[in-house]
Design a protein around this ligand. Sequence first.
Ligand SMILES: NC(=O)c1ccc[n+]([C@@H]2O[C@H](COP(=O)([O-])OP(=O)(O)OC[C@H]3O[C@@H](n4cnc5c(N)ncnc54)[C@H](O)[C@@H]3O)[C@@H](O)[C@H]2O)c1
Ligand SMILES: [Zn+2]
Ligand SMILES: [Zn+2]
Length: 362
Amino acid sequence: MKAAVMRANNAPLEIEDVTIDDPGPGEVLLKTAASGICHSDLHVIEGGLPMPPPCVLGHEPAGIVEAVGEGVTDFQPGDHVIGCLTSFCGVCRFCTGGRPYLCPTQFAGRNPGTRARLSDAKGNPIFQFANLSSFAEKMLCPQRSLVKIRDDMPLDRASLIGCGVTTGLGAALNTVHIPAGSSVVIIGCGGVGLAALQGARIVGAGKIIAVDAQAWKFDIAKQLGATDCVDATDGDLVAAVQGLTGGGADFVFECIGLVPTVQQAIGMTGRGGTTVLVGVVPVTQLVPISAADLVLQEKKITGSYMGSNRFRFDMPKYVDFYLDGRLHLDEMISARLPLEDINAAFDHMRKGEAARQVIVFD
Ligand SMILES: NC(=O)c1ccc[n+]([C@@H]2O[C@H](COP(=O)([O-])OP(=O)(O)OC[C@H]3O[C@@H](n4cnc5c(N)ncnc54)[C@H](O)[C@@H]3O)[C@@H](O)[C@H]2O)c1
Ligand SMILES: [Zn+2]
Ligand SMILES: [Zn+2]
């Protein structure tokens, strides 16, 4: 099968013929239908999230089951599914305690010493990203990385739910409780931010302020529910948001992952408000913050990982939200591309020229 292989950091991905193994116990073989491109894939390419090359990236997929391995009871050939990187073991204290997205086993692949799921033309193993590796015509995944969805859900739009939508929507619906009427700021209007923005709209937030450095994204943000937009290239953003909210917002979602925008997010958070960090700051970078500012104004900061999801419960619900018109996914897709165009897609992402781009397979 064809797959885009990261052979080295900061180099173009290479389209190669990759061998995918047969499904082992508990595994499911999928025909990939579509894979959204998330900025976390770019973080891996740029080294901000370390993963060993050679590696097939891609972790925002939807597909159709082709075959199942021994003991697979949750799926059968023909099922339409979404894949999620927070695979769950089902028995640890996080899984049984209601927070399966924190399951420490989620990145464990096949047992050491067994054959790799993916290998190159010379038979050398290729690292599978997050049990998914969706920049490939087929995927071999543990059944606990997958959820079955309705057949009437278009698979290109379903793929967005695999990461960006679950992350952004879940940050607003699961990680924090946003009382109706609250003021909300979304910093970064990519796939993740536009989903968080829709979460704020769905829970009935009052003012919803979108911040981005690319003013063309404000048309999309307004269609999806933004009441106000602030151009990050134009003046003092923190003062602009404080002006719009009477001193700072109740909730600020940082959906980029840069040190200055994390600091801005805390600055835009009002007294007693909550800063939600969704963007991934490169693991080697630290963010200086004023502790006194937090204490004296009782601000809270929380991280939000993968929308605090229980994806087998959340994703079918998000599919319903799309099909009943509450969640808008068509507006979020700025391009559908073949796998061959993946490097151009990452260039567009680097320059902020895209909302969500989706690789579609025949
Ligand atoms: N917490 C999680 O579990 C989780 C899951 C998925 C993705 N992420 C992270 O979320 C972040 C966003 O992902 P995405 O796929 O939406 O990215 P994206 O590249 O599609 O969107 C980023 C947006 O930020 C804007 N931007 C960039 N620099 C800016 C600046 N200085 N000021 C204002 N706007 C700026 C861009 O124009 C773009 O609209 C990434 O860091 C990604 O790794 C986190
Ligand atoms: Zn992602
Ligand atoms: Zn677990």
